[in-house]
Design a protein around this ligand. Structure first.
Ligand code: FES
Length: 286
């Protein structure tokens, strides 16, 4: 069973025939989510945590509870079950929007599996909508059946969503397992740091980007928290921030604060001191 499921997921990831539709759809989502306020809202940058995983609990919870009421109370709870189906439909809108935004920044097998995840969820949602209409018209049995099948779609695609996060590392903090370097470590000569120039150093083996901005030297981890992009290949943008070259996440140089998604969590910042013209860094203690 386990092997069969893994093989199916692997096969989906290898369906290069999906790439055309994936790229077209992702391009449209990227266009819609280009404004910073939209991207931040859907990524969870404002919250410091990705919002899509949390939002999924709402429709799944509502539809599961409706299904439970259908099974255990039947017509006696028809009105409560219908309301729960409706609640799940309302919650599905921001859930789908945040998922689409996250998905648009993926590539290759992750993007293909994500597309199937989205299509399965769309099918589940349409079935729930049909169920709500049937229930509203007093066709309770039909509504129950449609909800049951819809929930089946949702549960299967939730498995794919879990696979995307926990097996493929989509949406996780890519610096989560980075070691800390508590001792001051000599990494560069100050003369190597031209104004605004990004320099990669590796104290204790950890990639760090150094930049001198308006006379102050800043250091952030060089692995982007969003998907591991190389911040040292990014660029300095207005208001003293650095932008990742992969998906445009932007972090404040002073403290690593994420100011534009898709990154939801902050970039680890490093303490810096300059002694006798040499730049020393250590992991931030705050
Ligand atoms: S890797 Fe996606 S924004 Fe940096």
């Amino acid at each position: 069973m386990r092997e069969r499921i893994q093989r199916v997921i692997q096969d989906i990831g290898g369906l290069t025939a999906l790439d055309g539709i994936c790229d077209k759809a992702a391009g449209r989502v990227q266009w819609v989510t280009r404004p910073t306020a939209v991207k931040n809202a859907l990524s969870g940058t404002w919250l410091g945590h990705p919002v899509h995983p949390a939002l999924t609990d709402l429709p799944i919870g509502a539809w599961t509870t409706a299904f439970f009421l259908d099974l255990t109370a039947g017509r006696a709870s028809a009105s409560s079950a219908r309301r729960l189906v409706g609640l799940g439909l309302i919650a599905a809108v921001p859930t789908a929007a945040s998922g689409a935004s996250d998905w648009s920044d993926t590539y290759g097998p992750t993007r293909r599996i994500g597309l199937v995840h989205a299509l399965g969820n769309s099918a589940g949602t349409l079935l729930q909508a049909a169920s709500w209409v049937a229930r509203r018209r007093g066709r309770h049995r039909l509504g129950m059946a449609l909800s049951g099948v819809g929930l089946g779609f949702t549960v299967c695609t939730a498995y794919l969503g879990g696979h995307l996060s926990f097996a493929l590392g989509n949406g996780v903090n890519h610096t989560a397992f980075q070691p800390t370097v508590s001792d001051w470590t000599d990494v560069a000569d100050l003369s190597e740091l031209g104004e605004g120039q990004l320099v990669r150093v590796t104290p204790g083996g950890v990639p760090v980007v150094l930049v001198q901005h308006e006379g102050t030297v800043f250091a952030l981890s060089a692995t982007c928290v969003h998907a591991g992009g190389p911040l040292d290949e990014g660029k300095i943008v207005e208001d003293g921030c650095i932008q990742c070259p992969w998906h445009g996440s932007t972090f404040r140089l002073a403290d690593g604060r994420a100011v534009r998604g898709p990154a939801a969590v902050d970039e680890p910042s490093w303490e810096v001191k300059v002694t006798d013209g040499r730049v020393h860094v250590r992991s931030s203690t705050s």
